[in-house]
Ligand binder design. Structure first.
Ligand code: DGT
Ligand code: CA
Ligand code: CA
Length: 583
């Protein structure tokens, strides 16, 4: 798969350009790289079918970047990248993977200490050569060493959004074979964890040998680690591994339960079994009799949980973080499902430089079964994103009015159908907590999202105050990606989250669960905290392209991991009720 390969190069070009002090371009490259990583279609297929023009249809890709992709596919190289590498011969990928190490620091480390890679960096930090450098200090040196340790532990994990489309495709392919009776993902993929170490798939099949042969010869397989009659393990072209296990029907439920994990959940569950004088394993739930162990459950997960005195616990909740106690007490929440989502409030259109018109976006939203779509173009501070000023926003609002009339007349006659386009924006929260566009313009919208997009490294107290001030604005309804993390790339802002929750509750501000697989922000733990505090949430795709509207799925998964129910998520509500709740 070329997508990952090219994404990697673009991330590095972004870093090199930042070292060189080039403005704007680094962000453009970074964004394209992020989009490529979660693009489900193979970029070589897109190019083969539609050439340069088709590449330019991919979110974030303009002409010059499309040409670089073409260059790479034709020659295996990108000249600009090669030039940059020569000029600054450091292993950017390795170094930037360390938390807190960015282009500026890399430049100094290279110039002063000739640090080129992770090994050099670790050596220098251990020899205490980094602290004395200007702008570094003891604390940074310690952070670097911790960052290196963290990296060693987390290396080799993949974003769920990077691998789920491939996993689903493989399961679809296997499902089509007549020998396959049941097939299911297990492990962290089934629990919808935001990052995944390896993929586990379980199946009941009639002719295991043939299925294993078929599995290891799939075109996406680049390496076979092992292959036996009941288990095969392979490396996929995207870089991750899949274990496929074939099981007998009578223990499918117990195997699914066991291999779904988490390990901690399983250990707690096994303890309940032991306390009841039972034995739980991947082969089944057993009871001791005079004739030895007798199997009392195993075919389905339900019966296993039931015989242990529990209601079935959804896979997303199986982390041993209170779900077993809740199930024992009969107090499991009714977590949301994908079908509960009635609309998306964070969508960017071509008015702020996106690829699709409001009409195109609305049509896709309708086809997805939504009742509403909120267009939330960036506002004027974000010049790189073609943010709208007061005047342009007004013009865009008129366009939405026009489309709403058009859809209404088209839809009348379709019984029960309702659809509306809502007017929103994603304004920028400035360093002092003010909003980058006039209140008068905000007052004309159906709702307002505000988010931090600049100066993300602020002391805790200041950053907390900044967001609190924004929530105090009577027009600001939603805070987008409230903690600012990019999984594996950028830490959360330093904020006092409890304090933010408190003020969100007091001001009636909704916090976003941004569904982009790179963000998933709020994350599961914070979603639970918000729910406990009674703060309402909204799950948004943050799509910049119509093909990204379906990223919603990842936000729903994360919300489930945070135990969210319909009442907690305002876009599970009809538009009228939702808008009434907003300020
Ligand atoms: P990953 O692959 O790191 O994203 O995380 P998982 O949860 O998929 O972990 P993995 O692939 O090592 O194992 C799959 C499941 O198998 C895991 O969730 C629970 C079960 N399992 C693995 N090792 C153990 C173990 O030592 N004890 C118990 N009770 N369960 C285990
Ligand atoms: Ca796994
Ligand atoms: Ca595994």
């Amino acid at each position: 798969m070329l997508n990952q390969e090219i994404a990697k190069i673009f991330y590095q070009i972004a870093q090199y350009l930042e070292i060189e002090g080039v403005a704007f371009k680094p962000q453009a490259y970074e964004k394209v790289a992020m989009n490529l990583e979660i693009l489900s279609e193979n970029i070589s297929d897109i190019y083969r079918k539609g050439g340069l023009g088709a590449l330019e249809q991919i979110p974030g890709i303009g002409k010059s970047i499309a040409e670089k992709i073409e260059e790479y596919m034709k020659t295996g190289k990108i000249k600009e990248y090669e030039k940059l590498k020569k000029k600054i011969p450091v292993n950017i990928e390795e170094l930037t993977a360390v938390e807190g190490i960015g282009p500026k620091k890399i430049k100094i480390l290279y110039q002063k200490l000739k640090i080129k890679n992770l090994k050099d960096l670790e050596k220098a930090a251990k020899a205490r050569k980094i602290a004395p450098l200007f702008g570094f200090g003891e604390k940074t040196e310690k952070n670097i060493l911790e960052g290196i340790e963290f990296l060693k532990r987390s290396r080799g994990r993949f974003l769920l959004g990077e691998i789920l489309p491939t996993v689903e495709e493989i399961i679809r392919k296997l499902e089509k074979l007549k020998e396959v009776k049941i097939i299911s993902p297990a492990g962290s993929v089934r629990r919808m964890k935001e990052t995944v170490g390896d993929v586990d798939i379980l199946a009941i099949v009639e002719n295991p040998e043939r299925i294993m042969d078929y599995f290891v010869s799939l075109p996406e397989v680049v390496k076979i680690w092992s292959k036996g009659p009941t288990k095969a393990s392979v490396r996929m072209s995207r870089g991750f591994d899949i274990d496929l296990r074939v099981l007998p029907e009578k223990s499918f439920g117990s195997a699914l339960q066991y291999f779904t994990g988490s390990k901690e959940h399983n250990i707690a569950l096994r303890k309940i079994a032991i306390d009841k004088g039972l034995k739980l394993s991947e082969y089944g739930l057993f009871k001791r009799t005079s004739a030895g162990w007798r199997m009392i459950a195993g075919e389905t997960e339900e019966e296993i949980y039931e015989k242990l005195g529990l209601k079935l616990i959804p896979p997303e909740m199986r982390e041993n973080s209170g779900e077993i106690e809740a199930a024992l007490a009969g107090k499991l929440p009714r977590i949301i499902g994908y079908g509960d989502i009635l609309g998306d409030l964070h969508v960017h259109s071509d008015w702020n430089g996106g690829k699709n018109s409001i009409e195109e976006l609305a049509k896709v939203a309708m086809a997805m079964g939504y009742q509403y779509i909120g267009i939330s173009d960036h506002t004027k501070f974000l010049a790189i994103e073609h943010g709208l000023d007061e005047k342009k926003l007004e013009k865009r609002n008129k366009e939405i009015d026009r489309l709403n009339v058009k859809f209404k007349s088209q839809l009348s006659g379709v019984r029960g159908q309702m659809f509306s386009i809502l007017k929103g924006c994603e304004a920028n929260i400035m360093a002092d907590g003010s909003i980058d566009i006039k209140d008068k313009a905000l007052a004309k919208l159906d709702y307002v999202i505000a988010g931090v997009h600049s100066q993300m490294k602020m002391p805790k107290e200041k950053m907390t105050e900044r967001i609190i001030k924004a929530m105090g604005n009577p027009h600001v309804d939603i805070i987008s990606h409230p903690t600012g993390r990019l999984i594996g790339r950028r830490d959360e802002y330093e904020i006092d989250f409890d304090k933010i929750l408190k003020v969100a509750g007091e001001t009636g501000t909704v916090l976003e669960i941004n569904a982009n697989p790179h963000r998933l922000d709020l994350k599961d733990v914070n979603i639970r905290k918000a729910k406990k505090a009674g703060v309402k949430l909204v799950i948004n795709s943050d799509a910049h392209h119509k093909d990204q509207l379906n990223l919603m799925e990842y936000g729903v998964n994360q919300a489930c991991r945070g135990w969210a129910e319909k009442n907690d998520i305002v876009n599970c509500w009809p538009a009228k009720k939702m808008l009434k709740m907003l300020k």
